[in-house]
Each structure stands twice: as structure tokens, then as C-alpha cells.
Design a binder for this molecule. Structure first.
Ligand SMILES: [Zn+2]
Ligand SMILES: [Zn+2]
Length: 169
């Protein structure tokens, strides 16, 4: 795919993933998987592309309700599931344990999530592969998936936190 890469990603290490920025990219992926971009789905796609950070399904339901779009909650949830299934979105768990979505790119990913502001960095290098191999050998489970989220405080929030704690401010 001749993907439009956001300018910021040029300086990123290769194991950090870039994200779709264009509704046409998402439409192409949906078509590839046999889904049509109906008007309600297009509205959901448009709303999700405005999110650089992880968002919840309820957040999107609220935003769409606030706009003129009349799209049912079930349609929003179903569309997000489809978008996750075709890798246009990634599911992740936020620091508070709530599930959320993040614009995604195809492939296996993990996330580093800021527990203050929710900012997420994706990484594609999987540190779990070897463990999965060992668990398969030791337990005879047919392992098909795993989750790994890493939580911390992003650089911006570290600076903000220090300012707030500093009595001079
Ligand atoms: Zn942060
Ligand atoms: Zn992994």
C-alpha cells in the first residue's frame, strides 16, 4: 500500500508503528476484507480518525450523538469490532483497566500507555514469542493470542508533574 506516513513517524525507530490517517486507506482495507463502507460506517471512521490517542467505544458514541449523525450505539460497537478485525484499529487496555481502541496498522502489536494522559506508543517487536514457545512445549496448549500492555508516565506528563509539585509554581 502506498500509505501516507505521518511526518512525525519518519524519525521513529522501525519497530514503532505508523497509523492510517486517511479515510480512503481505511476504506481500501475494508473493501479488501469484503466490507462495504456504508454511510454509518463512514461516520464512525471519520470520528475515529480524529483520535491520535486511545479512545473508548462510548467516547465515540458520545461524539457521534453530539454531531448530527444518528447512528445507534450497536452500530458504533459493531463497526469498531469490524475495524479491529481488519487491523484498522487495535484493541488495548488502558492503565485503569478499561478497554480502548487505537488507530492501527496491520500486524502484531503491543502498547506502551501513559497512565496520566492515555497517550500510547505502539511497538511491533514482540517479547512474548519465546515464552509462548516454551508454554506450548510445557503445557500442550494451542496458544492463539496474548496481550501485553506496558504502563508508565510519558515525558510530557513527567514535566507537567514536576511543575505541579514544585512549590515555586
Ligand atoms: Zn502522558
Ligand atoms: Zn506479542
Amino acid at each position: 500500500m502506498s500509505a501516507v506516513i505521518p511526518a512525525a513517524s519518519h524519525s521513529q525507530p522501525p519497530h514503532l508503528a505508523s497509523r492510517p490517517v486517511d479515510p480512503r486507506q481505511v476504506e481500501a482495507v475494508l473493501t479488501q476484507h469484503g466490507y462495504r463502507l456504508t454511510a454509518p460506517r463512514a461516520a464512525v471512521v471519520e470520528a475515529m480518525l480524529r483520535h491520535e490517542r486511545p479512545f473508548t467505544a462510548e467516547q465515540l458514541v458520545g461524539e457521534l450523538a453530539a454531531s448530527r449523525a444518528t447512528i445507534g450505539r450497536a452500530t458504533v460497537y459493531r463497526t469498531l469490532e469490524i475495524l479491529a478485525a481488519v487491523d484498522a484499529l487495535t484493541r488495548l487496555i488502558q492503565a485503569d483497566g478499561r478497554p480502548a481502541y487505537l488507530l492501527g496498522v496491520p500486524g502484531h502489536r503491543h502498547h506502551l500507555v501513559c497512565s496520566e494522559c492515555g497517550a500510547a506508543v505502539e511497538f511491533t517487536r514482540c517479547p512474548v514469542d519465546q515464552l509462548v514457545g516454551e508454554l506450548t512445549r510445557d503445557t500442550d496448549f494451542a496458544i492463539h493470542d496474548h496481550l501485553l500492555e506496558v504502563f508508565g508516565i510519558c515525558p510530557t506528563c513527567q514535566v507537567a508533574g514536576h511543575s505541579a509539585d514544585d512549590p515555586r509554581f
